[in-house]
Write a protein that binds this ligand. Structure first.
Ligand SMILES: [Zn+2]
Length: 366
């Protein structure tokens, strides 16, 4: 016996919904299968942010537990670009909350466009339209609020090993320490203006070795003024060189910058600096030579901290070279015009030891 068509069916065109669902679900499945990485990193390349935010918007009314996406752009997962913002699932200990298996489980109902066409059910979350506040350095998204902006950023507020910190010589552990072994070769780079800093993604054979582990250089970026404070003093700028070892652990080398002669590496970067947020510029091959920016004196402070940008993941090995290198006032001014202040304030040390490394050469002389 045939049932008469009910009028309610008119408000939910089944064919259209099914088609959309299939299209979207198919697209999602492809994306997921291609990128097995767990939680989506908080910061990503510009185009990825774009796509992700669009998808997130589209999914606003869906099941919040299904909102995480891992997008694949240019054949890469989001891990490669930890920016000051950016940060990938670095820390094997506390950041890699295992996400749901990519394909197992019930077919997610996330295709947001479909859901959006339905009337909100009684179970839907309260309708207050919630505009997501982006993290930044002033206003509502300022560092003091990072921990409240998103559940993923909670560590920014609750963490006990956050960065940056104020280092005072009187409180450091002075003693022998190994020299950092740098191995930097001419490399290709892409300069990205990511809305929080100018960042150079580096492609090539670049690494540092310390504590028995070799960390590959992933990217470097700048803060104005420096985030680090040493003996009560800040610097006009700092470069952070983000390295990652094969376990996914991070080591960030900090190079303090003070006014003086123009800086050769920075000149190359500024020459290719994109002015628009989320724009990027490819540099000529072999132009990047990170060794150019290293000071002669390579003694350093060492401590365990965090990413200094959301999600503030901890377990990052910080290596802060004590001797600043020079940057010209013009170079400083140019960056300051784009980013007048992109430094997180110093965080409590909670009794963390900071090592003041007196280098021991193979010959045994400090
Ligand atoms: Zn940084």
């Amino acid at each position: 016996m045939r049932l008469p068509m009910k009028p309610i069916a008119r408000s939910l065109p089944p064919v259209r919904i099914t088609l959309l669902a299939l299209l979207l679900a198919g697209g999602m499945a492809a994306v997921r299968a291609a990128d097995p990485a767990p939680a989506a990193p908080a910061r990503m390349e510009g185009n990825r942010i774009d796509i992700e935010s669009q998808l997130r918007d589209a999914m606003k009314s869906g099941d919040p537990t299904k909102k995480r996406l891992n997008l694949l752009i240019d054949g890469k997962s989001g891990n490669a670009g930890l920016a000051p913002g950016a940060p990938p699932p670095i820390n094997t200990v506390d950041h890699q909350a295992p996400a749901a298996p990519a394909v197992a489980g019930p077919r997610p109902r996330e295709p947001g466009l479909v859901i959006r066409q339905q009337r909100p059910s009684a179970a839907a979350t309260p309708a207050a339209p919630h505009k997501e506040i982006q993290w930044g350095y002033e206003g509502e998204g300022a560092p003091a609020n990072w921990g409240k902006l998103k559940a993923d950023y909670a560590t920014c507020a609750s963490g006990q090993r956050q960065s940056p910190i104020h280092i005072e010589d009187n409180d450091t552990l002075k003693g022998p320490a190994e020299a950092i072994q740098f191995s930097y070769a001419p490399s290709k780079g892409t300069v990205l203006n990511n809305g929080h800093t100018i960042e150079v993604k580096v492609y090539g054979e670049n690494s540092l070795t310390v504590r028995g582990s070799t960390y590959q250089l992933v990217q470097f970026h700048f803060h104005h003024p420096s985030e680090e404070r040493i003996n009560g003093q800040g610097y006009p700028m700092v470069g952070h060189f983000v390295h990652r070892n094969e376990l996914g652990q991070l080591a960030v080398l900090a190079v303090l910058l003070e006014p003086g002669e123009p800086n050769a590496l920075i000149q190359k970067v500024w020459t290719h600096m994109p002015l628009d947020v989320n724009d990027s510029v490819r540099m000529p091959p072999d132009l990047i030579q990170v060794g150019e920016i290293l000071p002669k004196d390579q003694r350093y402070y060492q401590y365990i901290g965090s990413l200094a940008t959301p999600p503030c993941t901890e377990g990052v090995l910080w290596l802060i070279l004590k001797q600043p290198v020079s940057i010209s006032r013009e170079q400083l001014r140019l960056f300051g015009q784009l980013y007048a202040n992109n430094a997180r304030p110093v965080q409590p040390t909670h009794g963390r030891p900071v090592r003041d490394a007196v280098l021991i050469t193979p010959g045994g002389r400090p």
